[in-house]
Design a binder for this molecule. Structure first.
Ligand SMILES: Cc1cc2nc3c(=O)[nH]c(=O)nc-3n(C[C@H](O)[C@H](O)[C@H](O)COP(=O)(O)OP(=O)(O)OC[C@H]3O[C@@H](n4cnc5c(N)ncnc54)[C@H](O)[C@@H]3O)c2cc1C
Length: 400
């Protein structure tokens, strides 16, 4: 998260971030949203635009879950390549899921265009490096497949990648459609707008229980208050209620570092988004104030204490990877961190109704494209709430 660029949108006062109150009374609304990260904020923005009365509740301060840990590369290409995705879910759902990623990036741009700043949004091309010779072979046909389905993707041979950037890769898929954003600033602006339309946001308030009634739901908080609502949207990031996503998602830890501003990006002059075909993969982008953000070296657990112990070693690994990608760039590490990351078997998120939660709608945007999935979820949930048919909802349903 970049605390230093542009206007001070996020200030710590008296040890607190944005000073949203705790819930200290009972509330009533059309839609209650559990979670005020980027997903909850997008849903709140979409629903308040429809005139819905919305209450958001977060156990932390707004945006301080995985949203503030995000490196926020915005990509239409998901963790599962198009060819295996077609094999899993069929051509029409797979291609539509990729197209929705492109539409989500356009949606983010449209949203930041209506805000008082653009939240660090910038369009970037994306370079998906082939980590091995055999991956390069696979990516050649993957690029051709994407082209056949109308995506602006091209395979670059190893020499072209090396001549352009010096990256030690065996080739790459180059895509025009990509972008970056400051996820926390974007979330803050969305929440400001939802609050200006009458939404209420309660921070440091844990929802501990959910009870469905005929006409809606009652949420109980750890502070003993209740929220009654016609519907509830679950946007809890990687902290789903027990039984909802346990078997659908694998939770891991991802690590990231940001450098001090660099004098030059060397051969990486266009500052394209970079990621790779190895799993777990390294991902990299730049920031508007001239830093480099690089993440990856994921570990297969989510224990926060163990993660903190591993942070120095994983930071060193990331710094080495950065040096391998850009040996001519001097980039001292400014800060590093770790966060939970989730992966589903088909790389797609889970969005919509879950039979175990009457009047509940879920927005679980797992995967490296969590933020574009959040945008897709907000669209679908807006339509489910307003009763507007949305053919895309099928692709992300729980029982797919
Ligand atoms: C290191 C890292 C790098 C990433 N990089 C990218 C990237 O480059 N591009 C990309 O698209 N995505 C990326 N992601 C993923 C992306 O950050 C997430 O998908 C996204 O932030 C999820 O947002 P969210 O609002 O759904 O969840 P969160 O931001 O985690 O918000 C959920 C909120 O719900 C609250 N909550 C949970 N349970 C309760 C409860 N019972 N009561 C009250 N509140 C509750 C939590 O406190 C939390 O604030 C990255 C993630 C990590 C960790």
């Amino acid at each position: 998260m970049d605390l230093h660029s542009g206007a001070p949108f996020w200030l710590v006062r008296n040890g607190l971030g944005a000073a949203h109150p705790v819930l200290s009374h009972d509330e009533h609304c059309d839609v209650a949203i559990i979670g005020a990260g980027v997903t909850g904020a997008l849903v709140a923005d979409a629903l308040t635009a429809l005139g819905q009365d919305v209450v958001l509740i977060d156990r932390r301060d707004a945006g301080l879950g995985s949203t503030c840990a995000s490196t926020a590369l915005l990509q239409y290409e998901i963790d599962v390549e198009l060819a295996p995705l077609i094999a899993r879910v069929g051509a029409s759902a797979a291609v539509r899921a990729y197209q929705l990623g492109i539409e989500a990036i356009d949606d983010v741009e449209r949203l930041v265009d209506t805000m008082r700043d653009r939240c660090g949004f910038a369009r970037r091309e994306s370079t998906y490096l082939a980590s091995t010779r055999s991956d390069a072979k696979r990516l050649t046909s993957e690029a051709a497949l994407r082209q056949r389905h109308g995506f602006d993707a091209e395979f670059w041979e190893r020499d072209r990648v090396r001549d352009t950037y010096g990256f030690p890769a065996h080739g790459a898929i180059r895509s025009r459609q990509g972008a970056e954003v400051d996820a926390l600033q974007f979330t803050t602006r969305l929440l400001e707008r939802a609050l200006s339309r009458g939404a209420r946001l309660y921070a440091r308030t844990l929802v501990v229980d959910y009870a469905a009634r005929t006409a809606g739901v009652t949420l109980h908080t750890s502070r003993g208050h209740r929220v009654t609502a016609g519907r509830v949207v679950f946007a809890p990031g990687y902290e789903s209620p027990p039984g909802v996503a346990d078997e659908l998602v694998t939770l891991t830890s991802s690590f990231a570092l940001v450098t001090e501003p660099v004098e030059t990006f060397g051969p990486w002059a266009d500052r394209c988004l970079v990621w790779e075909s190895a799993r777990p993969y390294t991902y990299m982008r730049s920031t508007p104030d001239g830093r480099i953000l690089i993440g990856g070296v994921d570990l297969p657990f989510r224990d926060a204490t163990l993660r903190d112990v591993m942070l120095p070693a994983q930071t060193r690994k990331l710094a080495k990877r950065l040096h391998r990608l850009l040996p001519s760039v001097t980039a001292p590490v400014a800060f590093s961190w770790a966060g939970t990351f989730g992966q589903t078997a088909d790389g797609l998120p889970y969005i919509g109704a879950n039979p175990a939660f009457q009047h509940g709608l879920f927005a679980l945007g797992y995967g490296g494209n969590g933020i574009t999935f959040s945008v897709i979820a907000a669209r679908i949930i807006r339509d489910l709430v307003s009763g507007t048919p949305n053919g895309d909802a099928e692709i992300f349903r729980f029982d797919r």
